[in-house]
Design a protein around this ligand. Structure first.
Ligand code: UT7
Length: 311
């Protein structure tokens, strides 16, 4: 028995904010944003919608997709750096909203690598403690901590949520291997300060290119697989140039890499599940495909997973 995905769901706010909209707000250009990041537009939540509301919408869809009920969940893990409030956790707010009465609930803070940390944590409880259904949600309302006076960062982020119900699947499916890591010495390169998000883009860029490539290769080695076995790469959607470097490291053609950063910007912990679902819905990912998911973020943190899709 192995832990794998039983179902997935996502939520994206309706409001689309294009690069041209931002041009009217700050000293930037569509051309700069597009060529430096690959982003064309992003979704931003309205004032009434908080992080837990987006998590709830994504969770409902994941439960339906998994063919299960909230009452049957054993655990809820929410990866976010933008909780409704410091406590109670988004996971407990979600537990109440869903009516997931028997579920343990906690938040996880690993920034953009949060969904990888969440999936790996779920795997431990499923494979070592007999948990049958664990809901993992990656969700961010980054717009509420964005410094709208800082063009270096304000153009990059978006809001959204992605959810996955994990449980036992067939031996040859599910999470085959993983790598998680952190380097707290890089904490000053990306953090939330008085004014909102602060980032040293160049330092994070260099770290991301190196770490995404290395971790992808490492999880393949741990699973006894090679680059040739990979059907699909789902990198954290931060910047097309970073994603391209990871794709090239795995010698994959363009059509084998997930790409939604153009439509949704960087949604931090939500970006990997949101992108995964886009590809599932489009039929680009099929049962039995070998997926490599890889993320990096503030902390600094990173995480990668090799996963055989299907139940
Ligand atoms: O989830 C993890 C989050 N973080 C990341 O993944 C970020 C990683 N880093 C990056 O993606 C890139 O470093 C950025 C996209 C943030 C920046 O790209 P870059 O090629 O590293 O640009 P740069 O920092 O070298 O900046 C070049 C210029 C600067 O002007 P000067 O000083 O050369 O005159 C900036 O002031 O671009 C300027 N600039 C902008 N211009 C127009 C910065 N932001 C903007 C903007 N519009 N929005």
């Amino acid at each position: 028995m192995r832990a794998g995905a039983l179902g997935v769901g996502r939520y994206l706010p309706e409001r689309v904010v294009t690069n041209h909209d931002l041009e009217k707000q700050m000293d930037t250009s569509d051309e700069w944003i597009r060529t430096r990041t690959g982003i064309e537009e992003r979704r931003l939540a309205d004032d009434e919608t908080d992080t837990s509301d987006m998590a709830y919408e994504a969770a409902l869809r994941a439960l339906e997709n998994a063919g299960t009920k909230a009452e049957d969940l054993d655990m809820i893990l929410v990866a976010t750096v933008t909780p409704d409030k410091p406590f109670p956790s988004v996971a407990t707010i979600l537990q109440e909203k869903l009516g997931a009465k028997k579920a343990a609930a906690m938040d996880l803070s690993a920034a953009c690598a949060g969904f990888m940390y969440g999936m790996v944590t779920a795997k431990q409880f499923i494979e070592n403690a007999g948990y049958q259904q664990v809901l993992v949600v990656g969700v961010e309302k980054l717009s509420k901590i964005t410094n709208w006076d800082d063009r270096n960062t304000a153009v990059l982020f978006g809001d959204g949520a992605g959810a996955m119900v994990l449980g036992p699947v067939d031996d040859d499916k599910g999470i085959l291997s993983f790598e998680l890591g952190a380097d707290g010495s890089g904490g000053n390169h990306l953090y939330q300060g008085e004014e909102g998000i602060y980032m040293n883009g160049r330092e994070v860029f260099k770290f991301a290119v190196r770490q995404m490539g290395e971790s992808s290769i490492n999880v393949l080695e741990k699973a006894g697989l090679t680059k040739e076995d990979v059907d699909y790469l789902i990198p954290h959607q931060a910047n097309i140039r970073i994603m391209e470097a990871s794709r090239q490291r795995l010698d994959l053609p363009v059509e084998k890499m997930s790409m939604t950063v153009n439509k949704y910007g960087n949604t931090s912990a939500a970006s990997i599940p949101i992108s995964l679902i886009e590809d599932l819905e489009a039929g680009r990912i099929k049962d039995g495909d070998l997926l490599v998911m890889v993320g990096f973020g503030g902390g600094l943190t990173w995480g990668a997973i090799a996963m055989r899709w299907g139940r």
